[in-house]
Design a protein around this ligand. Sequence first.
Ligand SMILES: Nc1ncnc2c1ncn2[C@@H]1O[C@H](COP(=O)(O)OP(=O)(O)OP(=O)(O)O)[C@@H](O)[C@H]1O
Ligand SMILES: [Mg+2]
Length: 259
Amino acid sequence: MSAPLLSIRDLSVRTCADRAILEQISFDVPSSSIVGIVGGSGSGKTTLGLSLLRLLPGTMRMSAGSLFFEGEDLSGWSSAQMRNSRGRRIAMVFQEPLSAMDPVWTVGEQITETLRVHDGLRGKELRARVLGLLERVRIADVERVFRSYPHELSGGLRQRAMIAQAIACRPSLLVADEPTSSLDVTIQAHIMQLFRDLRRETGLSILLISHDLGVVRHLADRVVVLKGGRVVEQGDRAQVLSVPRAAYTRDLISAEGLA
Ligand SMILES: Nc1ncnc2c1ncn2[C@@H]1O[C@H](COP(=O)(O)OP(=O)(O)OP(=O)(O)O)[C@@H](O)[C@H]1O
Ligand SMILES: [Mg+2]
């Protein structure tokens, strides 16, 4: 079996007041797989995603553990190496694209800038690449979206544009934190299909953070259940969501049934 794309071993995160937020988290993300992270509010899902990109808020720090990504120990990387690889090899999309996109730049300008910095492309070639990315995320009217400001787009289009920006530098891992939670059900289904297509077409792995078990059930190959900053259960999707071992997972599943 080939080595996993990402191996997280005993990851612990504490606040500056020494409160444990994540405790001894260990799991793997295999290549071209979708791993769902589920758990109630405050269980540490977002903190886990941020710690992979070294984007933890100033009040938190990684206190122990190691992160092996594409065979390299990320904890040994300098902050310059991390800056360079953030977005290039690991990228993140957030729940609310409006807050993650810059309101004063058009969608086209933002993605263009990302590619200019990373790939050194210029002119027509650069523009064609950006339009190609918008097509890849199944945007129909790419010229219009290219010229639009984020607030001028519907929520679903904005989320697609943010995904286009996130995959612009061909990352091998996409961390998606509640990527569909602000969208209505039909649009949610389209974004889920898009993630599935991207994985198939580009071999992308996705760490899918969601409190919505339905989304995880549709997409994930493996599921990790967090409670109070600890892993209570992990395994294949069918095992975790159909024959859960932990009482907490059973509670999450029955709560879903009531929703
Ligand atoms: N900036 C911060 N400084 C200190 N503690 C924080 C900070 N942000 C979040 N926390 C705490 O860290 C814990 C985990 O929060 P986190 O946002 O990772 O949970 P979550 O699972 O993503 O929740 P949700 O489902 O509501 O998004 C919570 O107890 C929260 O109060
Ligand atoms: Mg969160």
